[in-house]
Design a protein around this ligand. Sequence first.
Ligand SMILES: [Zn+2]
Length: 60
Amino acid sequence: MANLRCREYGFGCNYVSKGNAEKIVFDFWEHMNNEHGIDYSKETIMESVKRKNSETPRNP
Ligand SMILES: [Zn+2]
């Protein structure tokens, strides 16, 4: 399971989106809109998730 932290985007915020890639992207995008008023593109967020996932060893 992957995750994406709001803090990794430079915000002083403890929000963490977890789950499968599609869920992370949607939840994180929604959080950015609702909490920070920023409309990140879902493609940009997906790239971050993919990059993180490829760096994380798989644990079945
Ligand atoms: Zn946040």
